[in-house]
Write a protein that binds this ligand. Sequence first.
Ligand code: NAD
Ligand code: ZN
Ligand code: ZN
Length: 392
Amino acid sequence: MKAVTWHGKRDVRVDEVPDPILKEPTDVIVRVTSSGICGSDLHLYEVMGPFIDEGDILGHEPMGVVEEVGAQVTAVKPGDRVVVPFNISCGSCFMCGQGLQSQCETTQVREQGTGAALFGYTKLYGQVPGGQAEYLRVPFGNTLPIKVPEGPPDDRFVYLSDVLPTAWQAVEYADVKEGGSLVVLGLGPIGDMACRVARQMGVANVIGIDLVPERMARARQRGVTVMNVRDSHLVDHVKDLTDGRGPDAVIDAVGMEAHGAPVAKLAHQAVGLLPDAIAARFMKTAGVDRLHALRLAIDLVRRGGTISVVGVYGGMADPMPMLTLFDKQVQLRMGQANVWRWVPEILPLLTDGDPLGTEDFATHHLPLEQAPHGYEIFQQKRDNAVKVLLTP
Ligand code: NAD
Ligand code: ZN
Ligand code: ZN
């Protein structure tokens, strides 16, 4: 079969690889019909090379049709239409029982110290072949695949694998009360969808921040107040819209590769020896904090508010301003989406109309063979690319 494989920094290819086969009696083989390229794939494309082997199959946002099932699979049968969650969870351990499928104790990668195994996401997460491919082996066939109805196009359901539950969890964790306010940093697929979910849940005051004009315009069209992270009075302008205090919650949907983050990181290391308060004043005056999404979130959120981190961070080189976090009494919540936890709440919004606008969410549908082009335009933010779906 054909599959998207990793060959080096900014080098993905479509290779011929062996078809997957059933290994366990609870496995399922899915013929993939749609498969997203995610902001998380861009970390692999750019910075996570040391954790990937050449030839690893990428992709963790697939849906398709069940092709073959193992002897013990009763929940799905060949021909069923399914979406596959990006994290691999057993559905029956302690963590799965708590709705913490991203921490599944059956699949967690103990030798790496990480949580649940992921499709297409490096040795850190189990080196499981991914879903940007014609076929995918899916374990836990009785509990993992999400059965979806026939009829509407793939675009309606494909985001159940990642974008929707991720955005949903981000908003749940932000925990904004009725009449409250929310800032969403980053208007890529995750931030854009988080704005939509927040408005769907009744958050009236949603402010989205990015720097790519097309992405800002897209959110504005759906009723979001939009600001540019380059606005030098950004914090004041957000305060003006949030009773002078700042928002009740901030979602960081940017992560470690924020525009300008390397500059911010260097500057932070340079001032790391100064006392907290002096360093903080320097960073703010220089405007460097704005370029580091999590620091901007800490600056923006009102005292006693919540920061919901959905963008991925890694490494140890991110000293946090503990005095500010402590003094402002900030709640920090974060982590990978627990996909199955949110599916029962999200699915009705996909089958009963399309209030979240999933059918128009993708900006590009490309044949699998054009995956290298898809990665390129998504990373470079060219051709208006926001969400790219591959169609094997
Ligand atoms: P993306 O890269 O398209 O989105 C990031 C957006 O942030 C871009 O629009 C970019 O212009 C904007 N941005 C960059 N620097 C900024 C700054 N300083 N301030 C404000 N905006 C800035 O990717 P995406 O698919 O939307 O994913 C966003 C993040 O969410 C990634 O880190 C991804 O790995 C992560 N993610 C997490 C989960 C999870 O389970 N927690 C799931 C999926 C994706
Ligand atoms: Zn993803
Ligand atoms: Zn489990």
